[in-house]
Design a binder for this molecule. Structure first.
Ligand SMILES: Nc1nc2c(ncn2[C@@H]2O[C@H](COP(=O)(O)OP(=O)(O)OP(=O)(O)O)[C@@H](O)[C@H]2O)c(=O)[nH]1
Ligand SMILES: [Mg+2]
Length: 433
């Protein structure tokens, strides 16, 4: 498996808020027996929005939460009071997350900039209150719109795991042992060079909740930039890490010279791509458990003088200073992520709330059942959802509309006789020719 194949993938379900219903209400004043309509509008449902955040590195949090629901809009009330709109729900995902519709596989967005946002489901439009329905002939309208349901869908989130930091160094210095001590990765560890043949990724999590992705990269040797020991392949992976963690065997178990080791690795980096030397680099002196304290001090001092870099002495074996190293890398990763955050995100425009389109001319079916004749159709459902026909004027208006679209004629064709029952939604009436 190549590093390109380390993919985090999760399915989540998102639902936007429903719109609130419009109110049917009439003014009540002293000495005015029947005031005009004053039912306010329902609020719009909240949207669900995904936002890229450079401080995140993985999709792990979605293993624990998969359902996301934005707030509903509130219903309208009397005295023309509009219902409050539902709050939008913003879900933060790592930069680099590709958002797909889980059903169709269609790519909705590629969130590759910090702060970039995409609306994945629209809140339902709030219904209008009866104030909007007064006309010269209908002064006290008992009719209002219901709120629309918010959209919902399953999403697939996919993230190519890119290592924030990479462990580099000679073979056998303890890179795999270190990633095993710091993260969830469980690579093969053995006392011979070139144990690791492909990069391993691990997620390091700190007590603060911060997390980053660490790569264990196979050992480099002299001539790596020319391809020795597949080094050029591994150097390509190193190019993609923002922080380098350079591991040195300070105990020099194989009679190595740690200063020379340091130089060799630095030279291979620079020969492959001089830009690699500009990456933030932490020096890790591993295997300190093998040295007496005096000897260790002497060697660390020498290394410091020679490299002029910050050094973290650790032991992957005894875990001494592992937590300090985790924090140190986190600090470097945090700084490099800060730079990512400076890049401007493309502008975000929130779409309009969702509202079903209602047609004045439409077709429908008459289905004969034991209970009577049922009027059915997509637009019939849409109209019934928009207007609750327990309000008298809404019912009258809808029956008129159905009649214009040929209701009586269709019922007759279907074999309806005087006295038969006809169903429209939950409303039933008797058919007369
Ligand atoms: N005493 C001691 N031994 C260690 C320490 N860290 C690693 N080792 C040993 O060093 C050997 C090599 O460790 P690995 O983690 O496989 O080294 P590597 O750098 O991943 O090696 P390659 O994959 O070959 O590049 C193993 O025998 C480890 O047990 C340490 O801190 N102290
Ligand atoms: Mg290894």
């Amino acid at each position: 498996m190549q590093k390109e194949d380390f993919v985090d993938r999760v399915l989540i379900h998102v639902k936007a808020g429903d719109g609130g219903n419009g109110a049917v209400s009439f003014r009540r004043e002293k000495y005015v027996p029947k005031g005009g309509p004053d039912g306010g509008d329902g609020g719009d449902g909240g949207f669900v929005i995904l936002r890229a955040d450079a401080s995140l590195s993985t999709l792990l949090k979605f293993k624990y939460q998969k359902k996301f629901v934005a707030q509903d809009g509130q219903h309208g009330r009397g005295k023309k009071q509009a219902g409050k709109s539902g709050e939008d729900l913003i879900i933060d995902v790592p930069v680099g997350t590709v958002v797909k519709d889980a059903k169709s596989g269609e790519i909705i967005a590629d969130l590759d900039r910090h702060g970039m946002m995409v609306c994945v489901v629209r809140g339902g439009k709030g219904g209008r209150g009866n104030v909007h329905f007064a006309t010269s002939t209908l002064r006290a309208p008992r009719i209002a719109e219901s709120g629309e349901r918010g959209e919902e869908r399953w999403l697939e989130l996919e993230l190519k795991l890119l290592a924030d930091a990479g462990l580099i160094g000679f073979p056998n210095v303890g890179k795999s042992s270190l990633i095993a001590a710091m993260s969830n990765a469980r690579p093969k560890i053995a006392d011979y060079p070139f144990t690791t043949l492909i990069p391993n990724l691990g997620v390091v999590r700190l007590n603060s909740g911060m997390e980053y992705v660490l790569a264990d990269i196979p050992g480099l040797i002299e001539g790596a930039h020319k391809g020795s020991g597949l080094g050029n392949l591994f150097l390509r992976h190193i190019e993609r890490c923002s922080v380098l963690v350079h591991v040195i065997d300070i105990a020099c178990v194989e009679g190595r010279n740690f200063l020379k080791d340091y130089d060799t690795i630095m030279e291979e980096l620079s020969k492959y791509n001089i830009e690699l030397l500009k990456k933030p680099q932490i020096l890790v002196a591993n295997k300190i458990d093998l040295l007496e304290e005096d000897e260790l001090e002497k060697r660390l001092e020498k290394l410091k003088q020679y490299t002029n870099r910050e050094i973290v002495p650790v032991s992957a074996l005894t875990r001494q200073n592992i937590d300090i190293l985790k924090e140190k890398i986190a600090q470097f990763v945090g700084e490099s992520k800060l730079k990512l955050k400076m890049l401007p995100a493309p502008p975000f425009e929130k779409p309009k709330p969702f509202k079903t389109k209602l047609e004045l001319k439409f077709d429908f079916e008459i289905v004969k059942t034991k209970e009577g004749f049922v009027v059915k159709g997509e637009q019939v459902e849409a109209w019934l959802n928009r207007y609750s026909i327990e309000h008298r004027d809404a019912l009258v208006r809808f029956l008129e509309l159905l009649e214009k679209n040929g209701l009586s004629e269709r019922l007759k064709q279907a074999g309806a006789k005087d006295g038969d029952t006809v169903w429209i939604g939950s409303y039933d009436f008797e058919y007369h020719e």
